[in-house]
Design a protein around this ligand. Structure first.
Ligand SMILES: [Ca+2]
Length: 289
């Protein structure tokens, strides 16, 4: 047992960001850690993984096992070459929601939030806390903004990279202000063109609506925006005489829309003729095959 104490001590001193706290209690080490993958090279991971696996095998203590299992998960995640999208991680057997590094073919790798519980969706928009303003310019919508584990827009460049090869499903999930119902709509055949084509959006009309959203759907819902270019405060690509995007970026047509979820946080709604208010919004994409 003493040898494990030495290894833990060694790791904590050699790998300064691996914060290991040891207590030797009845011959068993209690290990707390803060794993920060950016500091490590492959050989370090192998050593830490060995240490983790050994401790896992030897320890019956719940707290140690929990820490080590989490650490193992983090190491595997860090070791793995970035996958093309969240669905690829899901297909590998990973089921933990969180931020992952993605690398679609031909793209510079980027981070995104993966919803694994529902089958490997990549989150492209979230409004939950209202602490991130969405009245941003073209370049901000192109690059993405906000916090991946909070409110954010992933970025049109990233959405293009994620959907360019295989058209994806796009899922809208709203919590309604009136009754807190969970309103969902899923469309197929979603992809957006590159920036040169103004991130023009494509989607198929066939959609799966849940009961809570059906009463709000007009003009074929999101399909109404099919073939529209993206517009932002400083880039008017819509078909209105004015600029529909005066306060939020979206694939505007003639301003009528499904859904107004990039505007002011306190007045998000599904359809502007019904003013069905939304208090939370999440949009996700997933490759079908
Ligand atoms: Ca216009």
């Amino acid at each position: 047992m003493f040898s494990w104490f030495i290894i833990a001590l060694l790791l904590s001193s050699v790998y300064c960001s691996l914060k290991v706290e040891q207590k030797v209690e009845k011959g068993e080490a209690t290990v707390c850690f803060k794993f920060e993958p950016k500091y490590y090279y492959l050989k370090d991971y192998v050593e830490i993984l060995k240490f983790t696996m050994n401790l896992l095998e030897r320890s019956n203590k719940q707290s140690v096992r929990k820490n080590m299992l989490e650490m193992k998960h983090e190491i595997y995640k860090a070791l793995a070459k970035p996958k093309r999208d969240c669905k690829s991680y899901y297909d590998m057997g990973i089921r933990k929601d969180g931020i992952y590094r993605l690398s679609p073919k031909g793209a510079t790798p980027f981070h995104a939030y993966c919803d694994m519980k529902n089958g490997g969706w990549t989150v492209i928009q979230r409004r939950k806390y209202g602490d991130v303003p969405f009245d941003r310019k073209w370049v901000a919508y192109a690059e993405g903004f906000g916090n991946l584990d909070g409110d954010h827009w992933l970025g049109n460049r990233q959405i293009h990279q994620l959907t360019k090869e295989k058209p994806s499903q796009i899922s809208f999930e709203f919590i309604m202000a009136s009754d807190h119902a969970n309103a969902t709509a899923i469309y197929n055949g979603f992809y957006i063109d590159d920036e040169g084509a103004q991130f023009r959006m494509h989607v198929k009309p066939n959609a799966k609506y849940n009961k809570a959203i059906k009463k709000y759907i007009k003009n074929n819902g999101f399909y109404y925006h099919n073939n529209m270019k993206f517009s932002a405060v400083d880039r008017d690509n819509d078909r209105n005489r004015g600029n529909c995007a005066s306060s939020s970026g979206y694939w505007y047509d003639n301003c009528l829309l499904f859904a107004y979820i990039n505007g002011d946080f306190t007045s998000m709604f599904i359809h502007d003729s019904i003013k069905s208010y939304i208090i939370r919004s999440e949009i996700k994409v997933r490759r079908r095959i």
